[in-house]
Design a protein around this ligand. Structure first.
Ligand code: AMP
Length: 465
């Protein structure tokens, strides 16, 4: 490293001291100990072999967003902790048990975001997005953090893709979000079920909560430990209980739909009508209430069809949150949104594709570029650089020297043509184009490679049509 100034020099000296210390630490009792690091519990690496799934999910989401006119928003990963306490609500698992909380250097409480809706609403309020034409439709893709008990499909760092529509109260907006969720999986060839319910306004919900509590009080002796706690902390979550012993009580419980006003009911019916019209299949699930405090009216979740294991849990969910913008300090503004879990969707995709012998199609290569000898390697790099913007998809391996090995790779990749550059061609300023099927070879001038290849490759004819 070249030292440019005194500061750099100082840093460099510091670094080498640290390195020296590390070395001493590594030598214990005269023997070198080697330490390796695994990812933290609940965090996982997304390896290159998984990239094709992640990429197809990202591309699918981004195309849908563009078509449905959602613009991309990126908010910070670190936020003031109170943002989530206020929006998600005390008494929820996310706030009570799962937040990654830190004290910042100035003593303020910050946390790694457990979800992004609150952040998007914060941005809507503080960045003045309410001044823009309404509604403001935004989408995001990024990591979320919940200090949950790790298990299959449940991580401490996971990725969500989300869509938020802020500024309009219209059943069409709710239906549009559900359609996006449905189409996301449909475009990936993954069958899903949409579970849907309405939880009305906070007043309606409050009346229903009391009714639910009255009912559960009479059944207390049949309930699991967790449900007894839920009765005090968050009665609506009683309906989320998965324990066998509580299922009977849950099935007989009063249903929120019976406690909704006529206005709330007809809003919900309109959402369902739109879904019928769009051909989006859904299942009415009266016990669906979603975990977070901020929801109103429509709530929904997306499930894999007949999933097993990790694939049995929800892939995503969302709903309307008409009170959140005001709660976050803005004007009273209706809004709706949803988030899909990408890690869990990838698990489902892998399982489903394997079971149904589906493949994630990668864009095939057009050409393999083989080179022979030292001078050819340098020239090959130069030609590859010249062809970079040509739209011709070229595979190459500069570290293999044998022509046979390189042509074997070309065969494996099923490319229709290979370019071959040896010492002789370098000297003559030419290159060989080999038809991989017939083995027929043609020599062309290096200056004319791009045109010669484009003439041969069918895709360029089709593009020109
Ligand atoms: P939620 O808003 O909590 O319902 O989360 C929406 C989606 O994010 C879920 O349906 C999951 O697919 C995903 N998700 C939530 N928590 C986790 C987690 N701990 N690990 C992996 N994915 C998660």
């Amino acid at each position: 490293m070249i030292l440019k100034n005194k500061k750099n020099k100082k840093e460099n000296t510091k670094k080498s001291k640290a390195e020296k210390t590390k070395k001493t630490e590594d030598v214990k009792g005269g023997e070198k100990t080697k330490k390796t690091w695994s990812a933290l519990r609940g965090m996982h690496d997304i390896l290159p072999k998984e990239e094709k799934y992640w990429k197809s999910m990202y591309n699918t989401a981004s195309k849908l967003a563009e078509y449905m006119q959602f613009s991309r928003i990126e908010t910070p990963i670190l936020e003031e902790a109170s943002l989530f306490v206020r929006s998600i609500g005390k008494g929820t698992d996310v706030v009570e048990k799962e937040m990654y909380l830190f004290e910042d250097n100035d003593g303020s409480k910050v946390c790694l975001r457990p979800e992004a809706t609150a952040s998007v609403v914060r941005a809507y309020v503080t960045d003045g997005l309410w001044n823009n034409p309404q509604p403001v439709k935004m989408w995001y893709w990024g990591p979320m953090f919940r200090h949950d008990r790790p298990q299959a499909g449940r991580y401490r760092q996971f990725t969500q893709v989300g869509f938020e529509n802020i500024g309009v109260l219209d059943p069409a907006a709710d239906a549009e979000l559900i359609l996006i969720a449905f189409n996301f999986y449909k475009d990936l060839n993954l069958p899903v079920e949409i579970h849907i319910n309405s939880i009305g306004t906070p007043e309606e919900r409050e009346r229903y909560k009391n009714e639910l509590l009255n009912y559960y009080r009479t059944k207390k002796s049949y309930l699991c430990e967790e449900c007894r706690k839920r009765m005090v902390k968050n009665p609506l979550r009683l309906l989320d209980c998965k324990e066998e012993q509580c299922q009977g009580v849950k099935e007989e419980a009063p249903q929120i739909i019976d406690w909704l006003s006529e206005a709330s009911k007809s809003y919900f019916m309109k959402v369902l009508e739109y879904l019928d019209e769009l051909g989006v299949p859904y299942i009415l699930r009266p016990s669906l209430v979603r975990g977070l405090d901020y929801y109103t009216h429509t709530v929904f979740e997306v499930y894999p069809v007949s999933g097993e294991g990790a694939a049995q849990s929800a892939l995503g969910g969302g709903g309307r949150y008409d009170l959140l913008v005001e709660e976050m300090g803005g004007k009273s503004t209706p809004a709706a949104g949803m988030a899909l879990g990408v890690d869990r969707s990838v698990i489902y995709m892998k399982d489903y594709y394997q079971q149904n012998q589906l493949r994630v199609e990668k864009d095939p290569y057009d050409i393999f570029f083989a080179q022979l000898g030292d001078r050819a390697k340098g020239r090959a790099m130069k030609i590859l650089e010249e062809l970079r913007k040509s739209n011709i998809k070229i595979a190459f391996n500069l570290y293999k020297n044998s022509l046979k090995t390189q042509l074997d790779i070309a065969n494996d990749l099923k490319v229709p043509y290979a370019l071959i550059l040896g010492q002789k061609e370098v000297q003559e300023g030419t290159i060989i184009i080999r038809d991989m099927e017939s083995g027929i070879q043609e020599i062309v001038d290096q200056k004319k490679i791009e045109n010669a290849l484009k003439k041969k490759l069918k895709k360029f004819d089709e593009l020109a049509k």
